[in-house]
Design a protein around this ligand. Sequence first.
Ligand SMILES: [Zn+2]
Length: 346
Amino acid sequence: MADLTLAEITLDQLPDRLLTLAPTEIRRVFPDPTLIHMPGGKGQPVFLSLLLHGNETTSFFVLQRLARWLRSHAQPRPLLIFVGNVHATEAGKRHLDGQPDFNRVWNGGNTPTHHLAQRVLDRIKAARPFAAIDIHNNTGTNPFYGCINALSPDFLHLGALFGPTLVYFRNPPSVITMALCDLCPAITVEAGKPGEAAGIERAFDLVLDTLHLQAFRTKGLERDVKVFHTVGRMEIEDSQRFGFSPSSDAPLLFPEAMDHWNFCPKQAGERFAQLSEAGQPLRVFNAAREDITARFFERRPDGIYLTRDITPSMITLDSTIIRDDCFGYLMEEVEIRDQHEIRAAI
Ligand SMILES: [Zn+2]
């Protein structure tokens, strides 16, 4: 497994060489996971975490954009930037074989990656950040959305800077924003598919807007946002053959381009999949890993139908990800009227 030295550097400017590299060449500039301190500007620093997942390259391109922007603009606030799994980025992978997922190591553990994460966390805590932004991509067709771990006005303000679609979650606790959410407003942004221009632009704008922000709101919310929370995780039984194309002969057949259903409300009574054999191979689990399939789906002779209104998200058509991780999630909207109601709804 790759060596896990944490490099720590203080810079006035990001390196020129960074501007012309492809993501897979990142180790020419940052040979190891690197924590970059950029002390320019005033106030508390903005913390950015980049490339926790090596092949989610939008964050690399945001760093390039930021490097260019800083050549012609004064830095509004200090920056603290963690460039994470550079070995996986070099290999074009989420993480290397045998390596833990860099976004599941932030709540303690005993591998070299957990120790590295703890050192990074110690530095972030000492820096008392103003805000934390963790930039990711996903594989299905999703709108841009931000994930927040608290529903207070400052987190909603940060979330609304990225866009109107937010997801609230507290599980898994091992992601970096959960480790930071008691320190400062923190957001994980899902900026579409890796390297897409619109996602780079949106994530870069969030970084710039946050760098220029004087203070977060302590009450109220000026922009319309929709906040969802996950009620279940959909999985397909391991042995089940499934498909998305009308020409597929798989017994479990989902609608073609079903990832376009992501974040679109679906109604009770809608057919979710055709199924030409017995059983219910599409299962739903809650955070405690209890099987809650019966709350959402019913088996009818020709398929699997929704029994209640629900919004699917993060559905992927990639069978490797479906097998390794999951098929997608089921979400409900959280009503945001006042804080007490928000807390009661979760
Ligand atoms: Zn990711």
